[in-house]
Design a protein around this ligand. Structure first.
Ligand code: FAD
Length: 403
């Protein structure tokens, strides 16, 4: 049997390693001159490739109820076992796994070497430009074509297109009459327009951030276009999929305080008694970046030199409300070129969820980010790329054993 895998990212590499046996020829195509171009960028070049805290709630889909069939204990166990078999020594930070070398190239070479030693045929610099579904799958590239019994589309999403994944797989699916769920940027920075952006650019502070029922805690990066940081990335999917509606995010700048807004007001009243003779700016200095405090005071037209006890009650309440419940409208995301992943893609309803073979066209598979599954920050997107690639490869291995 002849098998074509289009896309030499993590999902395609895993599929190729698992699919290869003595009865088949596995061709791995990538348009780039090397494999795993996006993989090399992950985790700021350190590659956060796994998370110890695996849970279905870290994964998302527009058919979320079907994820139970995919993110199973058994699939996760097999994926972790496979990763361990690559010879990677890991370092764990709060459950987030990185290669011990702190180099994403270690993960890439682990996969590439495993594929090479299995005898996968590498076809770099080969962009598949057309696919014809005849008896077999005819793939056109570099002014030639080859016919294959089995085709795997592992071509990624359409974010960070400079890495090679430019949404081509979505079009393949659509041309074969498969349903592709609307694709949106996810794990992406958010654009605001509250007038403070140029003032707060460069400040980082810990917050609790909330959009509808999704709440995240972590470091907020305030920028000249809006907001960024892992906590922002993790709510960006919900906002991105909902951008036409009113997108108001609520930021709590005092997440360490364990009471409600009224109790925080009382806390400041007490604090000013304990920390006597301090103006309002110095009073807040111990729990919030002083530059941000001054920006907020300026915004509310409160002098930073005034003492808390001298401040009008209404202004006190406004200040407390701003720190505790800062409401900000999101006008846009930074788009596909800045997004770490896409949400949406080939619908789960089109796929056998044990194998990722399409239900309508036998011997056609999809794996990785081209599918309508995306994860939170923390290694979950690579986890899914590996997991789906392994399921595809294992099914092909079994098929070619019996052929
Ligand atoms: C900056 C950044 C940081 C990230 N950090 C992390 C992280 O730390 N942890 C994490 O879990 N996830 C991270 N991700 C997400 C993760 O990289 C992706 O989810 C993952 O790479 C998807 O794997 P894939 O195999 O599905 O697709 P890709 O890795 O995108 O690979 C697809 C491949 O297909 C090839 N291709 C496409 N079309 C064709 C064609 N027509 N012919 C031939 N070849 C083709 C492309 O060249 C590409 O190499 C990050 C993403 C980015 C952009």
């Amino acid at each position: 049997m002849k098998i074509a895998i289009v896309g030499g990212g993590p999902s395609g590499l895993c599929a190729s390693i698992m699919a290869k046996n003595s009865n088949n020829e596995v061709f791995l195509f990538d348009k780039n001159n090397d494999f795993g171009k996006k993989l090399l960028l992950t985790g700021n070049g350190k590659c956060n490739y796994w998370n110890n805290n695996q849970s279905i709630v870290k994964y998302h889909s527009n058919n979320e109820e079907l994820l139970n069939n995919i993110i199973t204990v058994e699939n996760l166990k097999n994926t972790k076992k496979f990763l361990d078999s690559l010879g990677l020594i890991s370092i764990e930070k709060n459950g987030w796994y990185y290669p011990y070398t702190n180099l994403s190239s270690s993960v890439k070479s682990g996969l590439v070497n495993a594929a090479r030693s299995k005898g996968v045929i590498f076809k770099n610099n080969c962009e598949i430009t057309k696919i014809e579904k005849l008896d077999k799958f005819r793939l056109f590239y570099n002014e030639q074509f080859l016919d294959f019994d089995i085709l795997v589309i592992a071509s990624g999403s359409c974010c960070y297109s400079k890495t090679g994944s430019d949404g081509w797989g979505y079009n393949v699916a659509k041309n074969l009459n498969l349903n592709v769920v609307d694709v949106k940027p996810s794990l992406v920075q958010l654009v605001t327009n509250c007038g403070l952006e140029n003032k707060w650019a460069g400040i980082r502070t810990n917050v609790k951030i909330k959009y509808l029922d999704k709440e995240e805690t972590g470091e907020l990066q305030l920028t000249d276009y809006g907001i960024s940081g892992i906590c922002v990335f993790n709510i960006s999917r919900n906002i991105s999929r909902n951008l036409n509606n009113k997108n108001e995010v609520i930021i709590n700048f005092v997440p360490w305080f364990k009471g409600n807004e009224n109790e925080f007001y009382e806390y400041l009243n007490k604090r000013c008694k304990i920390l006597a003779n301090r103006n309002i700016s110095s009073l807040c200095d111990g729990f919030l970046n002083y530059k941000l405090v001054n920006i907020f005071l300026d915004y509310l037209k409160i002098s930073k030199d005034i003492y808390w006890e001298k401040l009008d009650v209404n202004l006190k309440k406004k200040f407390v409300n701003l720190l505790y419940n800062f409401k900000i409208v999101i006008v846009d995301t930074k788009g596909f070129e800045c997004a770490q992943v896409c949400s949406g893609g080939v619908s789960l309803l089109e796929l056998n969820l044990n194998t990722f073979e399409t239900l309508k066209i036998s011997n056609l598979y999809f794996c990785g980010e081209v599918i309508d599954v995306d994860g939170d920050c923390g290694g979950y997107n690579l986890s899914f790329a590996f997991l789906s690639g392994l399921l595809v490869g294992s099914d092909i291995f079994d098929k070619s054993k019996t052929n």
